[in-house]
Design a protein around this ligand. Structure first.
Ligand SMILES: [Zn+2]
Ligand SMILES: [Zn+2]
Length: 178
């Protein structure tokens, strides 16, 4: 591996590590669960006190902007959506980790596509790389490069779409459900 290769490997793996770390934090963090049996902290004639009919057990207060999640079975404050990628609800308390996760996946996807593009370019222009094609295992590596390139492009568009939606939500202070 060349010096340049080491630098690319460090940058790419840093993005991957950050993505895994934020994924784990988003998955295990409390999304903003309304504790079972919680009562409204105060009563006011101007405020209608609602309780969730779907939460099992004791009657639980349902604040404005809280939503009940079918998958989790409890109410989540400022719930955005139930995310199958992190297998957790995205709400007030883990929204930041979810956004970080999407940002790092976007960065690693862009970087992956760039690296694969660079590999093709070297393959087409460098004589030394062309000679490598005759080695065993190299054609398979070439096919894997194409697969990784397509994957990188797809996830770049996918995460970019999610991120623009999330930035709009933050800008308008409105969750996806709201
Ligand atoms: Zn509920
Ligand atoms: Zn949920």
């Amino acid at each position: 591996m060349t010096g340049r290769g080491v630098i690319h490997a460090i940058i790419y793996n840093t993005f991957c590590f950050l993505a895994v770390a934020s994924h784990l934090r988003g998955a295990v963090a409390d999304p903003g669960r309304i504790p079972e049996g919680m009562e409204a902290p105060f009563q006011s004639e101007f405020m209608e006190i609602k309780s969730c009919q779907k939460c099992t057990g004791k009657e639980t207060w349902k604040p404005i902007r809280a939503h009940h999640c079918k998958e989790c079975g409890f109410c989540v404050f400022k719930m955005d959506h139930h995310c199958p990628w992190i297998n957790n609800c995205v709400g007030q308390r883990n929204y930041k980790y979810f956004c970080q996760f999407v940002v790092y996946i976007l960065c690693s996807s862009i970087y992956l596509s760039f690296l694969m593009f660079l590999s093709f370019y070297c393959l087409l222009t460098s004589e030394r790389t062309k000679q490598h094609m005759n080695r065993s295992g190299y054609p398979i590596a070439f096919i894997m490069c194409i697969v990784a390139f397509v994957e990188g492009i797809l996830f770049t568009f996918f995460t970019y779409e999610i991120l623009t939606e999330q930035f709009e939500s933050v800008d308008e202070n409105q969750s996806y459900i709201d």
